[in-house]
Write a protein that binds this ligand. Structure first.
Ligand code: ZN
Length: 252
């Protein structure tokens, strides 16, 4: 599959009205948070941008926090490339507010510790993949379960992060679970480009669903139209709608 086949256009992508009936009928094997992260293991969520941890596994994090599992969040970039050319949200302002939004979102999920910030360049992770792998090698432990974006997710930073996590985890002896985030935009129900045989469905209870929905709203800079450039919100209506699903799909 070429990069062009994983294209993220400016539209809303494949709508939930297509995905939901198919996902409900697909019979993906179920998995629980406690089975994904057994007692004694640590969940490490590696997010390319502040908000990916919530969009990918916000519900899982809420469940794990309630089950008092050990959790670490690694923020690979500070998300400063979300508003190019903006005078409302220039990069230094984004560098200040995006990690703050991330901390608030995590608190809403019940995760007390903030993210560890690696400070790699937003939009530049393909070129920094070796550096990211080296940093992860210092941070990961053999009993970790690493949750990250799918290595073929369609966004270059997501793909670089997924690949670096897979490589570092293999060397350390940790396990990796990849999560599609942008793939829901470009893929279609039953899409042969998605690894459905590895897909597991984590059903969220009402509390975890609610916490994830509210945590998504913490990313205020990503949810508003930019008055200085006229750009639409970075988090599109379809992305917010996906964050309200009462389940998460993970590639184990
Ligand atoms: Zn992202």
């Amino acid at each position: 599959m070429t990069q062009a086949e994983r294209h993220i256009d400016k539209g809303d992508g494949t709508p939930e009205t297509d995905w939901l009936p198919w996902l409900h009928a697909a019979g993906l094997p179920a998995v629980t948070a406690e089975a994904l992260v057994p007692q004694g293991a640590r969940a490490v969520v590696v997010a390319p941008h502040p908000d990916d941890e919530v969009l990918a596994v916000g519900g899982l994090l809420a469940r794990l926090a309630a089950a008092r599992r050990e959790i670490a969040i690694i923020a690979v970039t500070d998300g400063t490339a979300s508003h190019p050319g903006s005078s409302r949200w220039p990069a230094p302002e984004l560098a200040r507010i995006r990690p703050e939004e991330g901390r608030r979102a995590l608190q809403g999920l019940g995760v007390s510790q903030g993210p560890m910030q690696l400070g790699l360049p937003d939009g530049g992770l393909q070129a920094q993949r070796t550096r990211l792998t080296d940093l992860l090698l210092c941070l990961l432990q053999p009993h970790d379960i690493v949750f990250t974006t799918w290595r073929l997710d369609g966004h270059p930073d997501h793909e670089a992060t997924g690949a670096a996590c897979s490589e570092a985890a293999a060397r350390v002896g940790a396990r990796v679970v990849e999560v599609p985030v942008w793939a829901w935009h470009w893929a279609r129900p039953g899409d042969a480009r998605m690894p459905w045989a590895r897909a597991r469905m984590l059903r969220l209870d009402a509390e975890a669903s609610q916490r994830k929905r509210l945590a998504t709203l913490a990313f205020e800079s990503q949810l508003q139209r930019d008055p200085s450039t006229g750009a639409a919100p970075v988090l599109r209506a379809s992305t917010v709608a996906r964050a309200a699903r009462p389940f998460e799909v993970l590639f184990t």
